[in-house]
Design a protein around this ligand. Structure first.
Ligand code: MEV
Length: 358
């Protein structure tokens, strides 16, 4: 009899029962759901993508996020918070916490799945540094929604996940184009335009050196600043958006043709647009000029700017020299990946994670 029971009590069965009896027994800790996502770097097109131009982004699988969802138990749950792990609760009607992107997205998912009365605790383990333009908010939100879907056995297709993540991203960015939500789940470089993503062909044999200024970027402030500029001077912004759109098309051709030199120039041209939009900073400008001086084909900020990271395109042979030059002028850390986002090296060696100057 016991053997029969063991054989038939599957995870699905436990989930099914737990849903019907309102999780009365799942405090044993057995009922968990797991979700994954990863970081991203925007190769070209940040900010102007919010105003209608395309963008190209690459996934960073070397920066994974893992979320675990459990039914919320008021008296037994506690968070262990470190510089890369934290927890949050979603679905409590009466909460003292202010809305965060991941919580808003999970609550929308619970509501749409008819689970509004089932609060969950999400524990997140994140190897993406926070507030550095590398997609931490979209990746945490994606992993958290996936974990809740897994916990309750809900079907979650790409379109539904994108919509939930965008609910959260509107909180994090103020106005989110959706490029982050697509890139943190992508398996290769993507072309993003007006909500939709497709794979980009790349024949490029080169490296990307990503360098951290050590200053947190504030996506919402940067995006709002550009939107205000657009309201004040729509003609100026439209001119930049048209120019940006042309550059992103050139970059896609460069990737397809494997032309690193041309792509580098295109990225540097795009940095000039970002400077005109007011989202570069002296630290970013210093890292960009240092990368170029050390032999990079091109360099620009990546993400929202106003802090955060710079991305430099280099040959695989010069990546080490560019990374060392960036460290000499005070980059807090560097990551070197190939043009599909696969990890080549990091500095310091244990650099995944958080911290940095605030
Ligand atoms: C942030 O990674 C990219 C921005 O273009 C904002 C967005 O597209 O939502 C600055």
């Amino acid at each position: 009899m016991q053997e029969l029971l063991n054989r038939h009590i599957s995870v699905d069965y436990i989930r099914n029962i737990s849903e019907r009896i309102g999780h009365a027994f799942v405090g044993t800790g057995e009922a968990t759901g797991i979700g994954h996502a990863h970081g991203k770097a925007i190769l070209i097109g940040e900010h102007t993508v919010v105003h209608g131009a395309p963008a190209i982004a690459i996934p960073l699988p070397a920066m994974p996020v893992r979320a675990v969802a459990r039914p919320y138990l008021p008296d037994t749950d506690s968070d262990v918070t470190s510089d890369k792990s934290f927890g949050f609760v979603a679905g409590l009607a009466d909460t003292k916490f202010s809305p965060s992107g991941p919580r808003v997205a999970v609550e929308e998912a619970l509501r749409q799945w008819g689970l509004g009365a089932h609060p969950v605790r999400i524990t997140v383990d994140c190897d993406i540094p926070f507030a550095r333009g590398l997609g931490s908010s979209a990746a945490i939100t994606s992993a958290a929604v996936r974990a809740v879907a897994d916990l309750y056995g809900r079907r979650l297709d790409t379109a539904a996940l994108y919509d939930f993540v965008q609910c959260g991203e509107q909180i994090a960015h103020g106005r989110a184009s959706g490029v982050d939500a697509r890139a943190v789940l992508a398996t290769g470089p993507i072309w993003f335009y007006q909500g939709a993503a497709r794979a980009v062909t790349t024949e490029l044999d080169a490296a990307l050196v990503i360098a951290d200024t050590g200053m947190p970027g504030v996506t919402e402030r940067a995006v709002t600043g550009v939107s205000r500029l657009a309201d004040r001077d729509p003609v100026f912004i439209q001119r930049l958006v048209d120019h940006a759109s042309g550059l992103v098309h050139v970059a896609a051709n460069d990737l397809a043709a494997g032309d690193a030199e041309s792509l580098g120039h295109t990225m540097s041209d795009f940095q000039r647009i970002l400077v005109s939009l007011g989202v570069s900073t002296p630290s970013i400008d210093l890292l960009v000029s240092t990368a170029l001086g050390a032999g990079a084909f091109g360099a620009k900020l990546t993400g929202a700017g106003m802090g955060g990271c710079v991305v430099a395109l280099t040959s695989t042979a010069t990546a080490g020299a560019v990374s060392r030059a960036l460290r000499r002028v005070d980059a807090l850390r560097t990551w070197t990946v190939d043009t599909r986002g696969r990890h080549l090296s990091t500095w310091p060696a244990s650099t995944l994670g958080h911290g940095g100057r605030q």
